[in-house]
Design a protein around this ligand. Structure first.
Ligand code: SIN
Length: 189
């Protein structure tokens, strides 16, 4: 699959112009909210885990030197916390550009903090996209993140901003927090 998924996303999820859709954000969409939305609520999705296994060529790295950003990995029984945004269909023009480096929109069931549910969309970068980097130890990921930088800023800030936002949400994510610990140790050397 091409690493530019913009056209594929526009094709696979045609939305009525007046549609209002829930979007589940679990990475930078939690803390970098540069798109209009009608509502936002803490939410979670089941059977997925957040992992820094996706390459970033256009935001936190370059084609020659990709950064590492999050995607979701199927994980039976896991719960991934994030934020759900209620957005108008037109907003996906902008979001599909932002998430074009390998992410596809998938339908998902989400649970809000009050226990109610809704169906919505989530961007996932699957292992068959060209920018996918895959598994590495948290230490290796931390070393990689410390080196990478792209048009949207340092890869380190992506990780640290996400860790801070998860803490503010009351979400514990061992993978993210372990990488954060390694990064802070590397920076303090
Ligand atoms: C998301 O935040 O939901 C997708 C991944 C990202 O943009 O960091």
């Amino acid at each position: 699959m091409s690493k530019n998924t913009f056209a594929e996303n526009q094709r696979r999820h045609p939305l009525d112009d007046d549609a209002r859709v829930w979007l589940f954000g679990y990475g930078s969409l939690i803390y970098l909210v540069d798109f209009p939305h009608l509502d936002s609520r803490p939410a979670s999705i089941r059977n997925w885990s957040r992992r820094f296994w996706q390459g970033s060529h256009d935001h936190r790295g370059t084609e020659a030197d990709p950064g590492r950003v999050v995607t979701l990995i199927e994980d039976e029984g896991a719960v991934c916390g994030g934020i759900a945004y209620r957005v108008e269909a037109a907003v996906f023009e902008q979001l599909d550009v932002r998430e074009k480096n390998g992410y596809l929109r998938f339908a998902t069931e989400m649970t809000f903090d009050d226990g109610s549910h809704a169906t919505g969309l989530v961007y996932i970068a699957t292992p068959d996209n060209e920018a996918y980097l895959g598994e590495a130890s948290e230490y290796e990921i931390a070393r990689h993140i410390c080196r990478a930088e792209g048009p949207s800023g340092s890869n380190r800030d992506y990780l640290l901003d996400l860790a801070r936002a998860l803490r503010e949400l009351g979400q514990h994510d061992q993978h993210v927090f372990d990488i954060e610990t390694h990064i802070l140790e590397i920076l303090n050397r």
